[in-house]
Design a binder for this molecule. Sequence first.
Ligand code: MG
Ligand code: ZN
Length: 195
Amino acid sequence: MGNRGRMSSQKPAVFLDRDGVINHDSPDYVRAWSDFAFRTGSLEALSIMASWDIYLFIVTNQSAIARGYLSVSELEQIHALMLESIRGAAGRIDRIYYCPHHPDQGCFCRKPQTGLFLEAARDYTLDPDHLFMIGDSASDMEAGKRFGCFTIMLESPRFNAEMTRLIGTGPRPDAIAPDLLAALPFLEQRLSQCR
Ligand SMILES: [Mg+2]
Ligand SMILES: [Zn+2]
């Protein structure tokens, strides 16, 4: 078997940032379920992608833990309720990977580092030719590019500031979309190439 052939067990993967992609970001951090509000189109997009033969991961920086704004168990409670809502809307997330550290700790999991992606690659057999990162920040685009993803930047209140950061040092997003639902055609187009 040629090493360029796609192993039957390999699957494409979509890495999703959480805050600003699944739900609205908050300058005060999402500290409780009462702070969590789904973005328009995200539940519908997750329900559509749930029927595709791909992995769906959330990769999220949650420095609010290191800052003492919420505990690991409180974060996991938010995630349990989020997943319940996603499943209730016929959606699916295969695994959530989060970085609990402070930016000053210099860990390898906080985006734009790729530790969270590497965890997923250890846990699942990914198709290296069909990896996607959807985020709303420069660090999402940088992490996704480092891991070899096709990157999609979602528009948000921080869009102009984040794009300005990328113009200086970072990679241009491969695509830009107003919300998660509007990002799906970019995924469908590239996924159709591997079927
Ligand atoms: Mg974000
Ligand atoms: Zn970390």
